[in-house]
Design a protein around this ligand. Structure first.
Ligand SMILES: [Zn+2]
Ligand SMILES: [Zn+2]
Length: 141
């Protein structure tokens, strides 16, 4: 196993690490993510939930995603940095906002999802697989 993958919120009140590498990294152009990512797609690394260690308090916002799943989004209550989201459809994995990772180089997206809701100027890498809506579940390695 490699070094843990560390991250934190903008103000540093929340710190976390994962003991395993992400199972997938992708860019999401869903409408919800455009609010959270200030107009852009969000860049998300998907980690096994069991490999997380977390310190500091996180606040939570619960909503229904375009997919119909219940999403629990967790963020720093002090500085508001979006950190994690969990879908009701899949508890064994969690989505982590790549901007919060110390090493953002691991966050190069391997696919684009929800591309149908991207604005006309939204970047979608034509070399990478993309999905107009919600893709199938990420296979666990
Ligand atoms: Zn913070
Ligand atoms: Zn999204």
């Amino acid at each position: 196993m490699t070094e843990p993958i560390k991250g934190r919120c903008f103000c540093g009140a929340v710190r976390f690490q994962f003991s395993e590498a992400p199972v997938a990294v992708r860019a999401c152009w869903c409408r919800d993510c455009q609010y959270l990512a200030t107009g852009n797609a969000s860049i998300n690394a998907i980690f096994k939930t069991a490999s997380l260690s977390l310190s500091g308090e996180v606040a939570e916002y619960v909503s229904t995603a375009n997919s119909g799943n219940t999403m629990r989004r967790r963020f720093c209550p002090k500085c508001g940095t979006p950190l994690f989201s969990h879908s009701s459809s899949r508890h064994e994995v969690m989505v982590v906002r790549v901007g919060a990772l110390e090493d953002r180089e691991i966050g190069g997206p391997a696919s684009y999802i929800w591309t149908a809701s991207a604005p006309s100027w939204g970047h979608i890498d034509p070399e990478l697989p993309n999905c107009a809506g919600q893709p199938g579940p990420v296979p666990l390695k």
